[in-house]
Design a protein around this ligand. Structure first.
Ligand code: AGP
Length: 610
């Protein structure tokens, strides 16, 4: 989840590298650095902390040169200190690296025994000395890099400068790396977002590819060092606009973008004439009611998968397994050939989910990627792609991408219910009609942000623990609400099925402990309300999210319960609409606590390491 920028040009590169890193800061922000070649010599500037610290260092000690590499780090090996910041240099070469070198310890031991002296705690430094060792034995930079690549195990995307050589080299295995084609300059990036201000002509390197870049040429090689070509794709740079547009944080902007992007994502999957969900272009295999769909994802995307399980089973009568990607392939799942595997990921780069996709594909599954980035590794690896149309999501906490996943999964469930004949077109039309009102209803909810700010300030920001409970599709929403809150405010929060409380978690209930209860007035409302009263009776502070019908049934009102009356919902619209209060409670709790809303500690937007 680190970020890489490299430039070889006929013009100075330092500031453009730093600016590119600023656009990638959401990928990781423990430390940063830049190195350039000036008259054949490598000079490096690094800093711990945010990219602003590196900017200060570069301002105070300018770097010159027309070839350079930069890196913004999310620490995997070695504390987030200046000494462990990339680029890692040793006087002969300088490297920036995304990923994890799994055999770094053996390499370090072997190279130390050969007299190499290590100065950092990073796995990356093993690459530096491995390449150096080949240089010391007479290899050229190109030969040394290729030999070293064949000795590395694990996932990496790297950028390399060599002392005395006006070259910029890059390589990828398991971590994305893209080339940007400019006018008398070439770029290297861990994703297109960082290069968007400089070029809209991109080349996506594939697994095992490596490249030598000069300001006016490039050559890509495969893992056997055979020259290969990859297509240049044109990506409109307005796809990568990242600006807060007057909002205090990217997350708040992205919360408020939901009505529009939900509407867009929905219209993308509705047939314009019949207004029925249509995934014609997906070449979706024919499914029958007894087929199985395996859904695999991480984090918030996993909770979208859990919600989809209720819909696909309830509406389309399909069998659905849901797995956390980090567990999927290690549990040795029984994968029947031609079953369908659906991989959900905002970034399309999450290493666990990507590895699960490759595992499923190798076992004959029809793999579909539901992603928010059309050019992502998962999109390129899958047999079919469904795009959420959320636009760039910069806030580390996923919001609009999540609700776009939900709206697409809801319409996919409806489309499959038609295919399995579990629903009639008339029944599906009623559901679609409800979904088309969601953007307007979201807009109404977003006029009540002050309510959530006050609750956050009064009841949540000082809490030590916070519980979330719900039933049916509101159970995964309880998990999502807890994740939002904990990842933004650093307060411990947990989600439970409301029916599970009495089997242990109710022991956690303490005086004034906040419990957020998700209770739309559906067939499970009465049971969920009972659970709310059970915790209320034990001193908890209950924040109960319901609707006007539900609110009328709440008789016990005292100073330990707040009822938030939302809009009536259906089984399909409830998760979409209850997502917003959960996002707002988390956002305002973090805001009042003063944590870093867009870049919470220890996190990164795209987890490209396992
Ligand atoms: C969500 O708020 C978190 N940032 C995190 O759980 C995220 O959903 C997870 O890392 C999966 O990311 P992906 O959707 O890009 O695969």
């Amino acid at each position: 989840m680190c970020g890489i920028i490299g430039i070889t040009s006929t013009k100075p590169v330092t500031q453009r590298i730093v600016d590119g890193l600023k656009r990638l800061e959401y990928r990781g922000y423990d430390s940063a650095g830049v190195a350039t070649l000036e008259s054949g010599h490598i000079n490096t500037r690094r800093s711990a902390g945010k990219i602003a610290n590196l900017q200060s260092v570069v301002d105070a000690h300018p770097l010159h040169g027309h070839i350079g590499i930069g890196h913004i780090r999310w620490a995997t090996h070695g504390a987030p200190t200046e000494n462990n910041a990339h680029p890692i240099s040793n006087g002969k070469l300088s490297i920036v690296h995304n990923g994890i070198i799994e055999n770094f310890a053996q390499l370090r031991e072997q190279l130390t025994a050969k007299g190499h002296v290590f100065h950092s705690q990073t796995d990356t430094e093993s690459i530096v000395h491995l390449i150096t060792d080949h240089l010391d034995h007479g290899s050229s930079p190109k030969e040394a890099l290729h030999k070293a690549l064949n000795q590395l195990e694990g996932a990496f995307a790297i950028g390399v400068l060599f002392e005395g050589h006006d070259l910029l080299l890059g390589a990828r295995r398991g971590s994305p790396l893209v080339i940007g084609v400019g006018e008398e300059e070439m770029f290297l990036g861990s994703d297109a977002l960082g290069l968007a201000p400089y070029t809209d002509r991109l080349i996506y390197l594939e697994e095992g590819d490596w490249v030598i870049l000069k300001s006016n040429s490039y050559q890509i090689y495969d893992h056997n060092a055979a020259p290969i070509t990859r297509p240049i794709v044109h990506i409109p740079t307005d796809n990568f606009q990242i600006a807060k547009d007057g909002f205090a944080h990217f997350m708040l902007k992205e919360i408020h973008e939901q009505p529009s992007v939900i509407g867009q994502s929905l219209s993308n999957v509705l047939d314009p004439c019949s207004r029925l969900p249509s995934f014609e272009g997906l070449n979706f295999p024919q499914v029958n009611a007894f087929d199985t769909i395996n859904i695999v994802a991480c984090g918030t995307s996993h909770y979208a998968a859990m919600v989809a399980k209720y819909w696909l089973e309830g509406l389309a009568h399909l069998r659905v397994n849901v797995d956390m990607a980090s567990e999927f392939r290690y549990r040795k799942p029984t994968l029947i050939s031609n079953d369908i595997c659906l991989f959900i990921s905002q970034s399309g780069e999450t290493a666990d989910t990507l590895a699960a996709l490759k595992h499923a594909k190798a076992h004959g599954q029809f793999c579909i990627a539901l992603v928010n980035v059309a050019t992502s590794s998962m999109a390129r690896e899958a047999d079919a792609v469904i795009l959420t149309d959320a636009g760039v999501e910069v806030g580390v906490a996923s919001t609009k991408a999540f609700t776009c996943q939900l709206i697409v999964l809801a319409t996919l469930s409806l489309a499959l219910s038609l295919q399995t004949k579990a629903s009639s077109p008339e029944q599906v039309t009623v559901h679609v009609e409800a979904l088309t009102h969601v953007p307007t209803l979201m807009g109404q909810l977003l006029t009540q942000t002050e309510t959530y700010s006050q609750i956050a300030r009064k009841w949540l920001m000082g809490a030590k623990d916070i519980l979330y409970i719900g039933r049916g599709t509101l159970f995964p929403m309880a998990l999502e609400g807890a994740l939002k809150l904990k990842e933004l405010s650093y307060i411990h929060a947990e989600g439970f099925p409301a029916g599970e409380l009495k089997h242990g978690p109710i022991a956690l209930i303490d005086q004034d402990l906040p419990v957020i209860v998700l209770a739309p007035h559906d067939h499970l409302f009465d049971k969920t309300l009972s659970n709310a009263f059970e915790v209320l009776a034990r001193g908890a502070r209950v924040i109960l999210l319901t609707d006007t019908i539900g609110a009328k049934k709440i008789t016990q009102i005292n100073d330990h319960i707040i009822v938030i009356t939302l809009i009536e919902t259906t089984d399909l619209t409830a998760p979409l609409l209850y997502a917003l209060p959960l996002q707002l409670l988390a956002y305002y709790t973090a805001l009042h606590k003063g944590t870093d809303v867009d870049q919470p500690r220890n996190l990164a937007k795209s987890v490209t390491v396992e």
